[in-house]
Ligand binder design. Structure first.
Ligand SMILES: NC(=O)c1ccc[n+]([C@@H]2O[C@H](COP(=O)([O-])OP(=O)(O)OC[C@H]3O[C@@H](n4cnc5c(N)ncnc54)[C@H](O)[C@@H]3O)[C@@H](O)[C@H]2O)c1
Length: 329
């Protein structure tokens, strides 16, 4: 039986990754600072460890064939804009110790979760952006803090692989969304935040949207993400690959889809004082199709329906347990 370690297994993608690997016959060890918030983990063992500490990384990576490194200090645009020092320091420590520990423990394959935030700012000034190819990463000008530490960790993976210390695989995720993801508290991403705001609002109410709504992105459903991770892990490709949908949509358009799913007509109030990140970003999937013979295929409408229904149920549950003001904040 194949054995895998999933780090960040108390978080959104890590929790789904554990489910995917269990469904595919793996024995799974899960590690995180915390357990999953919304349902128990499927993992065979779950250890609460701080992976900024090298001893903990050595313990976590012992006796496993594969490592899926999904632990990171991260959040939505508000969080990553306000916490450059903590994010950069914490994640550099986690990734450096995880790579070295996996190498020393003889792990066969190591997956690292990079991000579209590594792409240069100078290529993302236009909402009608040209999709980003993997080679567009250089010359580098990534997102401050989070983007720089991801790009540096990609390089660390490359060096470990080149020198035969550890076989590494890397994917750059483009805005992953889906059920069981953080939807409130300040670390949530745009799709979850929009679903929450729409779920809380009554028909005809006003909702606040960060930015002018014209900023564009592509959004990737979490089931496609975990399948893609597994395909990247099995592939022969050690250089980073995009893992994302290539359907470009504005945040305004995203709100319209969610409102339609909810069956609500809402008034949008755009707040341009809030952070909105780069103007436009999309994934070029040519390389992914070429080397994996596959690309994400869940439609935004299907993925957002599942996500909205789940968040709506959470909001209803919270509403019946707490005063309205707390749910809406
Ligand atoms: N969700 C996205 O859209 C997206 C996009 C690009 C890249 N990524 C990357 O994918 C990975 C997973 O992201 P996610 O969306 O599931 O985020 P998440 O915040 O839900 O999960 C990350 C998990 O890492 C854990 N963690 C943080 N510091 C830790 C530490 N010191 N020791 C142990 N665990 C620690 C957190 O507790 C959390 O549960 C991360 O590397 C992230 O940077 C995500």
């Amino acid at each position: 039986m194949r054995t895998a370690l999933v780090t960040g297994a108390g978080g959104f993608i890590g929790h789904h990754m554990v489910k995917y690997l269990k469904a595919n016959g793996y024995r799974v060890r899960a590690v995180d600072l915390k357990r999953p918030e919304y349902e128990p983990s499927d993992a065979d063992e779950f250890e609460e460890l701080d992976l900024r500490n090298e001893e903990n990384c050595l313990r976590a990576t012992g006796d496993v064939n594969e490592v899926y490194q999904l632990a990171a200090d991260m959040g939505g645009i508000g969080y990553i804009t306000a916490n450059h020092a903590d994010i950069a320091r914490n994640n550099v420590l986690i990734n450096a110790h995880m790579l070295e520990s996996a190498s020393r423990n003889g792990v066969e394959r190591f997956f690292f979760s990079s991000s579209a935030c590594i792409y240069p700012m100078y290529r993302q000034h236009d909402p009608d952006v040209t999709p980003l190819k993997e080679k567009d990463a250089y010359p580098a000008e990534p997102e401050e803090g989070y983007g720089w530490e991801k790009l540096y960790a990609e390089k660390l993976c490359e060096y470990y692989d080149e020198e035969g210390k550890l076989r590494t695989r890397v994917a750059r995720f483009h805005n992953i969304y889906g059920p069981l993801g953080t939807y409130d508290g300040g670390r949530e991403k745009a799709p979850a935040a929009i679903c929450r705001k729409v779920a809380v609002a009554g028909d005809g109410d006003e909702i606040e949207i960060w930015g002018d709504g014209q900023q564009t992105r592509s959004f990737t459903y979490v089931d496609d993400c975990v399948e893609g991770i597994h395909r990247v892990m099995r592939s022969d490709v050690s250089e980073p690959l995009n893992l994302g949908s290539d359907r470009l949509i504005s945040v305004d358009g995203l709100v319209d889809i969610v409102s339609t799913i909810a069956g609500k007509t809402l008034v949008k109030r755009f707040d341009t004082s809030k952070p909105q990140g780069v103007r436009g970003r999309n994934s070029d999937n040519a390389r992914c199709r070429e080397v994996l013979g596959w690309e994400p295929s869940t439609t935004l409408e299907d993925g957002l329906t599942a996500t909205y229904r789940w968040i709506e149920a959470q909001v209803e549950r919270a509403r019946s347990a707490a005063p309205m003001a707390e749910v809406a904040s």
